[in-house]
Every structure is written in structure tokens, then in C-alpha cells.
Design a protein around this ligand. Structure first.
Ligand SMILES: C[S@@+](CC[C@H](N)C(=O)[O-])C[C@H]1O[C@@H](n2cnc3c(N)ncnc32)[C@H](O)[C@@H]1O
Length: 269
């Protein structure tokens, strides 16, 4: 299946909400003066650039396979502070860096990488002694936003195409990451957090959850349904089901979102 493209401006619409887990993740990385820091699945750039602010003397590398996301990242990085690398993480080899990284971060990206435990093993074994690996993945595949996506896909005339597209995201339970990282000889810190994102408190957007998923999880569906009629046949049902699942409250539209975090430090140094 062709990779659906990313739309950096749609993704950036909820930049505040999406940056919060990154901040919480990196807050647990206690490296003081790393030489080399890598962001895997770096996306449109602002969070990678925040790593350059946190560690001003470090070489910072952002890796992503989306030309659209990397173009947005380069445009944001006027000073050329970050090395932006276009590569598919399924085949990415840390030795391409030319030096062992001290910190590798991956935020909200590994769920898109089939077999990402192999990547985790490659990265952790390539870290410098005392190096850090920090990852965050969504753990919301059972949430209404995704369950309804699968249900509506199953009743659409193009169900045969849509079903594989909406079941492609894959994450493991937190315990699996803990066991893997401990098995690789790391000191490990794993946790889950449910964020209650309050979307559109001002009431300007009738379907903020739909707009949220359009920037991420719904992209494979949108990429397949290029015919306007077919697309609207999906969206009209999905939109209504989302409205029922995520009703507007006095605060705004509340999107509960559970995420898994894992921070690991290799021995030595
Ligand atoms: C949800 S965005 C997260 C971006 C950024 N880390 C953030 O937290 O805002 C996921 C990113 O992972 C990238 N990605 C997904 N699969 C990938 C792969 N196989 N190789 C490289 N990048 C990938 C996408 O292109 C996208 O930019």
C-alpha cells in the first residue's frame, strides 16, 4: 500500500496538545551535555528544534520519511541548526550517523513503523555508554476515534481497501516495551498517561475530533478516498458518530487520549 502523505499544516492545528507528551517525555531524559541527539519521526520540526534549545551544544539530527514534513521542518529551521535526514525508519541504521548517539527520542512516530521493536533494538544497542532512548506512542486504538473509524470503514462500499488501511497502526502494551528495554540491559522508566485534551473551547469548530484525526490516523482513509462522493460517504457517517462519542461540554470537546512512554538508559559512563 502506498504511504499516505502528511499535511504539516493540518498536523500543526493541534500543536499545543501534541507537544505536551513530547515535553513530558524529554523531561525524563537527564542527559546534561550530549554530543549527538536524534529525533526519529521528527515530523514538521518544532519539537526537534526544542531539543536544540535544551542542548545548545549538541549535534541534532531529525529523521523522517515524509518530504512534506521535512520541508516544513527546514522552513522553520532558518538557522540550519538541525540535520534533517529523509529516511524510512524501517531500514534506518544508526551507524549512518557516524558516531554513537547519546540521546535518541521518538515521539508519536513508532506506531507508524511496522516491526518497530527491531528498530528499538538497533537504536538502543547503538547508543553511547550511558546513552538515553526515549519514546512515546499513542495507546488509543480502542478509543472511539479509532474504533468508529474501523466500524465505518467496514460498512463502506470500499471496505476491502479501507480495512487494511485503518488497521495498520500497531503498538505494544507498556509492559512489552519495559521488558524489551530491560532485556537490552537498560535502566527503564515506563508509564502511561491519559490526557484530556480540551479541543476548541471557543466553539468555532463543529468537528474538532475529526479535524484532529485528519492530521494523523485518518490519513490512510483520506488517501484512498480521493473521489469526493466516496469520501463524503465515509465522512458523513464518521462525523456524526464522532459527534455522538465526543459531545461538546462547557469546557469544549474533550478528547481523552492515552499514551505510553518509555525512557531507557544504557549502562556505563
Ligand atoms: C504523528 S507525526 C509525529 C511528528 C513529531 N515527532 C511530533 O511529535 O510532532 C509521525 C511522524 O512519523 C513519520 N513516520 C512515520 N512512519 C515513518 C517511517 N517508516 N520512517 C520515517 N518516518 C516515519 C511521519 O512522516 C511523521 O512525520
Amino acid at each position: 500500500m502506498a504511504e499516505p502523505t502528511w499535511d504539516p499544516s493540518q498536523y500543526a492545528r493541534f500543536g499545543d496538545e501534541r507537544s505536551r507528551p513530547f515535553t513530558d517525555l524529554v523531561g525524563r531524559v537527564a542527559a546534561t551535555s550530549p554530543d549527538a541527539v536524534v529525533d526519529l519521526g521528527c515530523g514538521n520540526g518544532p519539537l526537534t528544534l526544542s531539543l536544540a534549545e535544551k542542548w545548545p551544544n549538541a549535534r541534532i539530527v531529525g529523521v523522517d520519511h515524509s518530504p512534506q514534513m521535512l520541508a516544513a521542518a527546514r522552513a522553520l529551521d532558518a538557522a540550519g541548526r538541525v540535520e534533517w535526514v529523509e529516511a524510512d525508519l524501517r531500514a534506518w541504521d544508526p551507524s549512518q550517523l557516524g558516531a554513537a548517539p547519546d540521546v535518541v527520542v521518538s515521539n508519536a512516530a513508532l506506531q507508524w513503523v511496522p516491526g518497530h521493536q527491531d528498530l528499538i533494538a538497533r537504536v538502543v544497542t547503538a547508543l553511547a555508554p550511558g546513552g538515553w532512548f526515549a519514546m512515546q506512542v499513542p495507546d488509543n486504538l480502542d478509543a472511539p476515534s479509532h474504533a468508529l473509524m474501523r466500524e465505518v470503514a467496514a460498512t463502506h462500499p470500499r471496505a476491502a481497501d479501507l480495512t487494511p488501511a485503518v488497521t495498520r497502526l500497531q503498538v505494544e502494551p507498556p509492559e512489552a516495551y519495559l521488558e524489551q528495554l530491560a532485556g537490552l540491559g537498560c535502566a527503564v522508566d515506563v508509564w502511561s498517561t491519559t490526557y484530556f485534551h480540551v479541543l476548541d473551547p471557543g466553539g468555532a469548530e463543529p468537528d474538532p475530533v475529526l479535524e484532529w484525526v485528519k492530521g494523523t490516523g485518518l490519513r490512510p482513509v483520506l488517501a484512498l478516498l480521493t473521489d469526493p462522493g466516496e469520501r463524503e460517504e465515509f465522512l458523513s457517517v464518521y462525523r456524526q458518530r464522532l459527534r455522538e462519542a465526543y459531545p461538546r461540554t462547557d469546557a469544549g470537546v474533550v478528547l481523552p487520549f492515552r499514551r505510553t512512554f518509555a525512557v531507557a538508559r544504557t549502562r556505563g559512563a
